[in-house]
Design a protein around this ligand. Structure first.
Ligand code: G6P
Length: 480
């Protein structure tokens, strides 16, 4: 029996230090939300002797021991921290990961920085991860590497442990070759070569798979047939695995007394009002300014809705030392106060804005109390908030969803909008607020059925199953 080793930049928890007190909270983002649910879930069929999560520790190294002693590190599964020096980590994380790959892969080429020093740090941190895997690896272990911060890692590990079973999943879009090719040739090749160290590479949508295969063909002159790539005498498969959620966890959470208590006090506070809701990490990809512009236009176009609704607009702190994120936060906060200043009355404020982390219970209470979820990213690999909202609603609630998210292809009953088309969003808001209860229920039921059938356990087990098959195919190929 083997062990499952999950590898991602971020561990599932983050440590906050305030004065002498360490506190622990779940890290934000879809990757952690999905894998953590699986690690904690009871319905797994894949048989592993142990589960280990490797990731960077995002606090000073001295805090690790303190956090262990304070019991702040979860013990339900193995945790293997990777420590990188502060400067190198910043160039890896704020630099290459989030100022080069993130904007480029989300189609924001004008925000991309091309700094050789940052690429070098990215390679160095990927190497630290490779060494960590090598140090703990036991024959038979299955290693699954996640996301854009670790694109070089599969090939680095393959060099150290040639016959390892290794999968890779990209949680963000893989852009079309016309965008990908903007990167310097050497980086481009190293990145593709890095990913091709895996036996199986997973993406959220069919388009991302095709973009990747096309890039391999163009940049590496790699050969492929359907989803199989022949590269350096190895066979690598690139496949579609749309990430899913722990449907039952959200569905059940809304029935707990704690969530119901929060929900009731929200409903009491906004008794005669419709609740519009959104929650996103602070990020320019999330289209937050466009969303606020659309909300302002809605209030101008439909003044009869004044005092009859509230927009609970939540932003989760993220990457807020990077200048583009700092600018974005400032402009969002200016817009929020412009709208509130312009439309508020003595008894009413249209926007309730929060910039803070949120507990799971609070999130579920907001999902289930909201009449409308307004989820309008300019680009999103998948967007799990949309799926979680649908799971947490019983038969009331309307999802307005950007057609530029990976989730849009699965959530066809949502009101789909183009986030840059302000009037499109305004009309969808009106339609959502007026939607009859039976239509809300019908649309939700279609999406709920799909999401409950293919949940996070299926997603993970499907990937792991196909990883084993890809490995066997390779071994057969070697024998022939
Ligand atoms: C997205 C990415 C994840 C990342 C998360 C949070 O979901 O795909 O890899 O962990 O955002 O971002 P952060 O920079 O805080 O890890």
């Amino acid at each position: 029996m083997s062990r499952l080793i999950i590898v991602s930049n971020r561990l599932p928890f983050s440590i906050d230090r305030s004065n002498d007190t360490l506190s622990v909270r779940q890290s934000s983002g879809g990757l952690v939300s999905a894998i953590k649910s699986y690690f904690e879930g009871e319905n797994q069929t894949a048989d592993f002797q142990g589960k280990i999560w490797i990731g960077t520790f995002d606090a000073p190294e001295e805090d690790w021991q303190a956090a262990l002693e304070a019991g702040a590190i979860p013990t339900d599964f193995g945790i293997e921290p990777v420590f990188a020096g502060r400067d190198i980590y910043e160039a890896f994380y704020n630099g290459f990961s989030n100022s080069t790959l993130w904007p480029l892969f989300h189609y924001f080429p004008s925000l991309v920085e091309y700094e050789q020093e940052n690429f070098d740090a990215y390679l160095a941190v990927n190497r630290l991860f490779a060494e960590k895997i090598q140090a703990i690896y036991q024959p038979g272990d299955v290693v699954w590497v996640h996301d854009y911060q670790l694109l070089l890692l599969p090939a680095l590990v393959r060099q150290l442990i040639p016959d390892i079973t290794l999968g890779f999943f990209l949680h963000i879009p893989f852009p079309s070759y016309e965008i990908f090719r903007m990167m310097p040739t050497d980086w481009k090749r190293q990145i593709l070569h890095g990913m091709l160290g895996a036996d199986l590479i997973g993406f959220h949508t069919h388009d991302y798979v095709q973009h990747f295969i096309q890039s391999v063909k163009m940049a590496l002159k790699g050969d492929s047939q359907f989803n199989t790539i022949y590269y350096e005498s190895r066979i690598v498969r690139a496949e579609l695995f749309p990430i899913a959620i722990d449907f039952k966890k959200f569905q059940q959470a809304v029935t707990t007394p704690q969530v119901q208590g929060i929900r009731e006090s929200l409903e009491e506070r906004f008794r005669d009002k419709k609740i519009i809701f959104s929650v996103d990490r602070l990020d320019y990809t999330k289209g937050l300014n466009y969303r606020l512009n659309a909300f302002e236009r809605f209030l101008e176009t439909y003044p009869e809705w004044k005092e009859k609704l509230v927009f609970i607009f939540n932003v989760i702190p993220s990457r807020d030392v990077i200048p583009t994120y700092i600018d974005r936060k400032r402009s969002i906060e200016e817009k929020v106060s412009t709208i509130n200043g312009r439309f508020s009355t003595l008894d009413w404020q249209p926007l309730l804005y929060r910039y803070n982390h949120m507990s799971f219970e609070e999130l579920c209470a907001l999902y289930s109390a909201a009449d409308v979820a307004l989820i309008t990213p300019l680009r999103d690999g998948m967007n799990l908030v949309a799926k979680e909202y649908v799971a947490a609603c019983s038969d009331k609630g309307v999802l307005i969803l950007s057609e530029l998210t990976g989730a849009a292809s699965e959530l066809s009953e949502a009101l789909q909008v183009n986030p840059t088309d302000i009037m499109d969003v305004v009309q969808a808001l009106e339609q959502a607020l007026l939607m009859p209860a039976n239509e809300q229920g019908r649309r939700l039921a279609g999406m709920q059925q799909r999401l409950s059938r293919y949940d996070v356990n299926h997603w993970i087990e499907d990937f792991l199953q196909q990883l084993q098959e890809a490995k066997q195919e390779q071994q057969r190929n070697e024998i022939n």
